[in-house]
Write a protein that binds this ligand. Structure first.
Ligand SMILES: *[C@@H]1O[C@H](CO)[C@@H](O)[C@H](O)[C@H]1NC(C)=O
Ligand SMILES: *[C@@H]1O[C@H](CO)[C@@H](O)[C@H](O)[C@H]1NC(C)=O
Ligand SMILES: *[C@@H]1O[C@H](CO)[C@@H](O)[C@H](O)[C@H]1NC(C)=O
Length: 815
């Protein structure tokens, strides 16, 4: 009985759909066989997020999907991009075999293919933006007969898979529109290429244009910002015998986000809907090194050193003349060709912090470990490099590269990239190792000399001063002293007797001299002013503490030297000098582009975090400013003068002081006014520095604008007017990544909030800078009005002047 009813219903259904076609007029999310969609009508997904219908663009009509509640046309999918139609007479119908057919004047313009015969098909627009054809009474989880997510245009939505269905040999990729008002496919596309080690490429026609790097288990090798614990996105990359795909979903499904391939900009851009507008969150390519093959074979590309292209270690430019004139196209070749005779003739050098090379000529074996990988690579003379294919955990799997190594990028922070072992001739490896060893030998011999000198010094002193001290006690003292001591004659010789020609700066605690030791090593010597009441012994104790602070973003203390009248600190010499000489200079400012500045901001933040939290000592810097940040030969930032406030003059590390050290323009209100200092007053100074790096202006130097505001006040005003982009230094206008810059400005204003308890810690500053997490709105900032501009005195430290006279506060009363 049931069966007969069922049969009858089918017959009735078929009759109806053949002779009558109901047009959709009311709001629905699906089209059945008896219905069709005509121009002017739409269907809407069940929660009202997406809408399907006809839209006009440049006098042409298209069938497409857009966000229902986002104003202006935000088309995410087009059916007939290449074959536009006339408005008047177009109709979309679902035919009995389960295909959607778009007709114009009774001619089919576009249709979906569905390989299997459908029984009772229905087309439905889902809230994900996916238009699917399915059996009307299909079971939950059944595969769709067809879905628009398999045929994307220029937009990738949450949940969409980009990649391959290997069973059907079918690939899904993004294809850009020709222009904003022409959905005809452009020549830019984005999808997975089936190399042994799978990889996503952005292609321009048939040319590789940009490479994200292969998936390494955690992220794409060239995309350090992708983190498994990203607050917004969940990333997924799957590669097995049946399918290979990449997709992302949103952790909070109330958010709206899309990736768009933009032909005009030649970029893939990620947007998040803010409720009012689309905010741009990321772009690819991001910098010059992201353009495929920017540097030729066997090189690496960096944005933080000049020149941007460098030969891999053990390689030399193939055409030195072209190379020296900055034409990198010929790339580099091995200095010593591989002999590949036996197991001992070659070896491997470990390089770190890289986006791994192009995967075209690779082989992948996920079952073996790194050691077996090495052996396997060694046994094949054309294997030039190897690495773990999956770097999550302690690493697993093996990928080997054959032939030239192409399109490698090096990241300023090693942990942003990954390690790669490159094959070199044994003699070359020896040469590289020898260089390292010889350094170690020199260092050891210097250290040995020092220990002996020290031992003699201490032994003599002890004998004279206190003969009763036991021998054991003395030995313990010597073990403790791990700061190398320089003798005064060495330093006076190195600095030409502190000649004014050697003077390179004047810090808060005294002048700084450049020096050269007899072995040629360059040093910077800080000559502490002698007015301090501190005794030599306390001084040594503090310096010993400072010497224990070791971090790549702190200037390294090499040793000290002291006598009756002199207290000298010896530091490594920084070739590029201090940050202020770059960012406040219109010409030199151009040498630091945005990626470099961002790298510098991060480095300073890390150094400060180390002082605040990671070092055992909890040091508060108290005088962080652009002139106290030095740059090494690779533009890595190093904070200087840390710990000095504590070692020299300052009597406490937290609390209250009568002696305010620090610099006008960088001081937190509570510190300048009440002498209250804490790690949060350093955070305030960091906020100023951050703003200065973005703007290229000193906090106190906005006088020429005839404003009564300083930089903080100016920034705050623009921020409130939503005009923060006006702050960006013209030197970085071309290189800056807008969302990153905006994020920096936002974070700086959080650091500059008037009340210390509102300001973030350096740990959260780093977290905020390094992720796409949502940030809270800053409250009122401190110190934004000024009464006078005093360029002349502004760089001197406060304790050398009467600051009541210089500063004026809006939120605090001067004393
Ligand atoms: C998701 O985002 C909405 C709007 O931003 C917010 O109100 C909601 O609390 C978030 N939900 C979760 C689970 O975070
Ligand atoms: C593509 O990029 C151009 C140039 O930046 C921009 O004007 C345009 O709005 C972008 N188009 C889309 C659809 O985002
Ligand atoms: C080296 O590896 C390549 C690529 O997998 C392969 O074609 C070649 O046969 C191998 N050579 C030897 C000697 O195993």
């Amino acid at each position: 009985m049931k069966f007969i009813l069922f049969l009858m219903s089918i017959i009735v259904h078929i009759l109806f759909s053949t002779y009558f076609t109901a047009f959709i007029t009311a709001e629905t999310s699906s089209i059945t066989q008896s219905q069709s969609l005509s121009y002017g009508n739409t269907i809407v997904s069940s929660r009202g997020i997406f809408e399907l219908g006809f839209f006009n663009l440049g006098n042409k009509t298209y069938l497409g999907i857009w966000y229902k509640n986002i104003p202006l046309q935000n088309v995410v999918w087009v059916a007939n991009g290449g074959s536009p139609i006339n408005a008047s007479s177009s109709i979309l119908k679902l035919n009995s075999s389960g295909s959607l057919v778009l007709t114009h004047n009774n001619m089919a313009v576009w249709s979906t293919s569905s390989p299997e015969k459908a029984k009772n098909p229905v087309a439905e627009l889902l809230d994900s933006g996916n238009l699917v054809i399915r059996e009307e009474n299909g079971e939950e989880g059944e595969t769709y007969l067809w879905q628009s997510f398999d045929y994307p245009s220029n937009t990738m939505l949450a949940g969409m898979k980009i990649g391959w269905d290997l069973r059907k040999n079918f690939s899904t990729r993004l294809i850009a529109w020709k222009s904003d008002d022409d959905p005809t496919p452009g020549d830019l596309s984005w999808g997975i290429t089936l190399h042994p080690y799978r990889e996503i490429y952005m292609m321009k026609g048939t040319q590789k244009y940009h490479r994200l790097g292969p998936w390494n288990g955690l992220r794409f090798s060239g995309r350090p910002l992708m983190k498994p614990n990203d607050p917004i996105y969940h990333y997924e990359f799957v590669s097995n015998k049946e399918e290979v795909y990449y997709r992302w979903t949103l952790k909070n499904t109330t958010l709206i986000s899309k990736n768009v391939l933009n032909q005009t900009a030649q970029e893939r851009r990620r947007y998040v809907w803010s409720g009012k507008s689309w905010s741009l969150y990321a772009t690819m390519p991001e910098d010059n090194c992201d353009h495929y093959g920017a540097c030729g074979a066997n090189t690496y590309c960096t944005t933080f050193t000049l020149p941007m292209c460098q030969c891999l270690k053990g390689y030399k430019p193939k055409s030195p003349e072209k190379w020296n004139s900055m034409d990198w196209s010929d790339g580099c070749v091995l200095k010593h060709p591989l002999s590949c005779k036996d197991k001992l003739s070659d070896g491997f050098l470990l390089l770190e912090g890289l986006k791994v090379p192009d995967t075209t000529d690779t082989s992948l074996d996920e079952t073996i470990d790194l050691k077996q990988c090495r052996t396997k690579c060694l046994n094949n003379c054309s294997c030039m490099a190897y690495a773990n294919s999956n770097i999550s955990g302690t690493g697993s799997g093996c990928v080997m590269w054959f032939g030239d190594l192409l399109d490698i990028k090096k990241f300023p922070v090693p942990e942003n990239g990954q390690p790669l072992n490159i094959r070199l001739d044994a003699s070359e490896l020896d040469a590289i190792r020898h260089k390292k060893n010889s350094k170690i030998i020199i260092v050891t011999s210097i250290a040995a000399t020092l220990v002996v000198t020290l031992a003699i010094f201490f032994i003599c002193r002890r004998i004279i001063a206190d003969k009763s001290k036991t021998k054991e006690n003395m030995e313990r003292q010597l073990e403790d002293l791990d700061v190398p001591l320089f003798d005064l004659i060495t330093i006076t010789n190195a600095t030409n007797n502190f000649s004014s020609y050697n003077k390179i700066g004047e810090g808060g605690f005294g002048p700084v001299y450049k020096g050269r030791l007899v072995d040629g090593k360059e040093i910077a010597v800080k000559r502490l002013s002698t007015s301090s009441g501190q005794g030599t012994n306390e001084f040594i104790t503090e310096v010993k503490l400072i010497a224990k602070l070791q971090h790549r973003n702190l200037v390294k203390l090499l040793g000290c030297c002291f006598g009756q009248q002199e207290k000298l600190l010896v530091y490594e010499y920084m070739v590029n000098g201090s940050l202020d000489t770059f960012i406040f200079d219109k010409i030199k400012g151009k040498l630091l582009d945005w990626p470099q500045r961002f790298h510098i901001i991060f480095g300073i933040a890390r150094g400060l975090l180390y002082l605040h939290q990671d070092s055992r000592l909890r040091i508060i810097h108290r005088d962080l400013k652009a002139s106290n940040v030095l740059l090494d030969e690779k533009s890595n930032p190093k904070i200087s003068d840390f710990g000095l406030a504590r070692a020299f003059g300052g009597d406490q590390t937290e609390g209250n002081t009568n002696r305010v050290v620090g610099t006008y323009g960088y001081m937190a209100p509570e510190y300048a006014v009440d002498g209250q200092f804490s790690i949060k007053s350093d955070v305030f100074s960091f906020g100023i520095l951050l703003l200065e790096i973005v703007c290229g202006n000193k906090n106190k130097a906005l006088c020429h604008r005839n404003e009564t505001l300083n930089l903080v006040g100016y920034a705050w005003t623009l921020w409130k007017e939503q005009n923060a982009l006006q702050l960006i230094d013209s030197s970085i206008k071309d290189s800056c990544v807008i969302p990153e810059v905006l994020r920096c400005i936002h974070v700086s204003l959080l650091c500059l909030q008037q009340y210390p308890e509102d300001r973030p810690t350096m740990a959260s500053v780093i977290q905020m800078l390094g992720s796409e997490m949502e940030l809270v709105e800053p409250k009122e900032v401190g110190f934004f009005q000024k009464r006078m501009c005093d360029e002349g005195k502004s760089s001197s430290t406060l304790d050398q002047m009467s600051y009541n006279h210089e500063l004026s506060f809006t939120s605090f009363d001067g004393r």
